[in-house]
Ligand binder design. Structure first.
Ligand code: HSE
Length: 434
């Protein structure tokens, strides 16, 4: 039986979930894996507040140093989130001979290159299964299960909060603001839900997937990112009338010699598998050249699913740690190689998609002719036009679907239509994927 000592830094919802599961499943895990996971330290800046788990007070500390410099600690589990002090915790733990498990997608997105390079240098492991898709084992699948595959396409719904909000808007016919309030009341959205609804959280996760799938060390700032706050009830209804659902998708797609990386609300056919992924669930679709199409579905957030992923990393690293020598921490086979010649990221302007366009306009002759004239000027072909019944603020809604065009042409056309002052300023543009 191998005993592995872990130091957990961050005793919030996930931290408490990990501690609770490691305690209650200690003998189960021992039997199943041959590893005895011993919690040596639990560190948090607040060790006074009540948690949903009982722990020995002697292992509680507010000192990060006590954990990362303790020679008995084999694995440091970083669950504080954000960049600071998480980055220092991870880097300094690696420098001090400890492998690391983290759920921190913001950190990996911004500093993954440095972290994995250091882990490679010192021959230690960084486990990050919990960083994308909560309990869904997508990281292990991409790193190990699909080792022989090269990927053309990785995309999915990887933010549960946004998916919950969009699902509620559909099911209850409520506005974005009402659905957001509901998400907050149910504890899904943070009090400051900006990262979730702005698409930022999805972009962080997409950069982790892009690293695994394409070897690209893209920061979230390299990813075109648009959130869901501009989606209205009407857009959902009009899309539904045309046979589409609206989902916040994170997309990594091979396009010629480059990779498209983008996060934005997307119209997908109602028959698409992702159209039925509702509530806080996540789903990730992967297409490999050998394995073909795969779909992963499960809970993308929450203490239990995320703790399940954290513990799988601890056990997986522990299996490779040689505790019989050298202060006990030399793992093998867990490092991640960043491709030496990764493909470039396609400029958003060069991306081609179909579009849903909605604008509000006074109901008078000639408006449509002018709008379609501008679209034609930029070589954008319309596939359908629909003037909706009813008025919004005295204006009529016009919904257009286009054939594929370049993003740059659509942007220029919409700017020109906007400048003509024949439609209201808030032209809605939603990209379409089939
Ligand atoms: N806030 C994230 C979500 C979960 O709503 O999916 C943590 O990554």
């Amino acid at each position: 039986m191998k005993t592995i000592n872990v130091g957990i830094i961050g005793f919030g919802t996930i931290g408490a979930g990990v501690v609770k599961a490691l305690q209650s499943k200690r003998s189960y895990l021992r039997e199943k894996s041959g590893i005895d996971v011993n919690i040596l330290w639990i560190c948090d800046k607040d060790i006074k507040s009540k948690r949903p788990v009982k722990v020995n007070k002697k292992i509680l500390t507010t000192s990060i140093a006590k954990v990362i410099y303790d020679p008995k600690v084999d694995i440091v589990v970083e669950l504080v989130g954000g960049i600071s002090p998480a980055k220092d915790i991870v880097m300094e733990s690696l420098r001090n001979g400890k492998s690391v498990v983290t759920a921190n997608k913001a950190l990996l997105s911004n500093f993954g290159r440095d972290i994995f390079a250091l882990a490679g240098e010192v021959g230690l492991s960084v486990g990050f299964e919990a960083s994308v898709g909560g309990g869904i084992p997508i990281i292990r699948a991409m790193k190990e299960g699909f080792i022989a595959d090269s990927f053309d396409l990785i995309y999915g719904i990887i933010n549960g909060t946004s998916n919950f909000i969009l699902s509620e808007m559909v099911e209850k016919n409520i506005s974005f603001d009402e659905a957001l309030a509901d998400a907050q009341a149910k504890g899904y959205a943070e009090r400051d839900p900006y990262l979730d609804i702005s698409g930022g959280d999805s972009a962080h996760k997409l950069s982790v997937l892009a690293l695994l799938g394409f070897g690209i060390a893209a920061k979230s700032t390299d990813i075109y990112t648009e959130g869901i706050s501009g989606i209205s009830r009407e857009d959902i209804e009009y899309a539904r009338d045309m046979g589409y659902a609206i989902k916040l998708l994170a997309i990594a797609k091979r396009s010629g010699s480059e990779i498209e990386l983008r996060v934005h609300p997307t119209l997908i056919p109602k028959t698409h598998l992702l159209a039925d992924v509702n509530g806080v669930y996540n789903a990730i679709f992967v297409k490999g050249d050998m394995v073909g199409e795969n779909l992963f579905y499960g809970q993308g957030a929450g203490a239990l699913p995320t703790s399940s992923a954290v513990i799988s990393d601890i056990i997986s690293i522990a299996k490779n740690v040689d505790v019989s020598c050298c202060g006990g921490n030399k793992p093998a086979g867990q490092r991640l190689n960043i491709a030496k010649s990764a493909p470039g990221i396609k400029k958003m302007d060069e991306v081609r998609t179909r579009y849903y366009i909605k604008f509000l306009t006074p109901d008078k002759p000639g408006v449509l002719a002018k709008v379609s004239g501008v679209l034609a000027k930029y070589d954008i072909s319309i596939s359908s036009v629909n003037q909706k019944e009813g008025r919004i603020g005295g204006l009529v809604p016009i919904v257009m679907m286009t054939h594929e065009s370049f993003e740059k042409d659509m942007s220029r056309a919409l700017r020109e239509i906007n400048d003509m002052k024949i439609v209201n300023k808030n032209i809605v543009r939603i990209r379409v994927e089939n």
